[in-house]
Design a protein around this ligand. Structure first.
Ligand code: PMP
Length: 285
């Protein structure tokens, strides 16, 4: 059985209980992070910790833990649960004030913090990376602060189900004619030596993997254009791919039924995946 972390305690997963008045449960009033683990070490921990602080600040939410202590908790869970490859999920909510009210609870309400591990042997060697993903496009019907990593994930979850119903792997969301991002990842297209991905704003999550991959792409002399693109432009691109902490770089080979190139993963996505995995393993903590 997994050991999980709840409000300062390491507990068997069946003994970790959260109040029915918790604002994460009643209001989706919480933020989260997912950090991947390779070779028993944390990938991009600093980036995730910084984004967590930003999400908390944007929502005027207090952190129950310092970022140094948070690193220790991550490492301790990896150790106890013997994770070699997998993920660590972290969630902080505004706590359980003892009743339901739209107004934020008093300042002294203790936030709730939960961490658990997900064991995924073979995460880096995923067969999906060799096959590529099929995506559909759907309207982006999320709220306007997608830069804050809240646990309000119903629409992305619905998008994933729409993709499954269409026999595909994921959905790219479209707003005002342009792709924002995937249900749980950032979206890219490739034309020649140029990588195109939407610029940062409140419209998308500022992916930690995105930042690293764009840095590596520039170091490898690839051109990066940060701008919106349409589904039609994507269908005519040489390649497409997504990035996220748990999928790293994953090629996309079909968009709304249109095959990209010959329908197999392209060289740019493959190269970026390799560079990202190599460099991240080296920098892992
Ligand atoms: N966009 C959305 C909507 C996401 O949910 C995620 C992953 N949680 C990402 C992008 C990718 O972010 P990261 O690279 O930090 O995992």
């Amino acid at each position: 059985m997994r050991t999980v972390y709840l409000n300062g305690d390491y507990l068997p997963e069946t003994e970790a209980k959260v109040s029915i008045f918790d604002r994460g449960f009643l209001m989706a009033d919480g933020v989260y992070e997912v950090t991947s683990v390779l070779d028993g070490k944390l990938i991009d921990f600093d980036g995730h910790a910084k984004r967590l602080e930003r999400s908390l600040n944007e929502l005027e939410m207090r952190s129950p833990i310092s970022m140094e202590e948070l690193l220790d908790v991550h490492r301790e869970l990896v150790r106890i649960n013997e994770i070699d490859e997998g993920m660590i999920y972290l969630q902080i909510t505004r706590g359980a004030p003892g009743d339901r009210d739209f107004a934020y609870p008093p300042e002294d309400t203790e936030p709730t913090i939960v961490l658990f591990t997900q064991n995924k042997p073979g995460l880096a060697n995923s067969p999906a990376a060799k096959k590529g993903m099929k995506v559909i496009s759907i309207a982006d019907q999320r709220w306007g602060r997608r830069d804050i990593k809240t646990v309000q994930l119903l629409y992305p979850s619905m998008g994933k189900m729409m993709a499954k119903a269409a026999g595909c792997d994921d959905a790219w969301m479209v707003e005002d004619g342009a792709v924002t991002e995937g249900t749980s990842n950032n979206a890219y297209i490739v034309k020649g030596n140029t990588i195109i991905t939407r610029q940062l704003s409140n419209d998308i999550l500022h992916g930690i993997t995105r930042a690293a991959v764009l840095r590596f792409a520039k170091e490898a002399q690839m051109k990066v254009e940060e701008r919106p693109f349409t589904i039609a432009e994507a269908q005519e691109a040489d390649e497409a791919f997504i990035t996220s902490a748990s999928t790293f770089v994953m090629p996309v080979v079909e968009i709304d039924g249109t095959m990209l190139g010959d329908g197999t993963p392209g060289p740019v996505a493959a190269r970026l995946r390799e560079i990202y995995l190599d460099e991240s393993r080296k920098a892992a903590v």
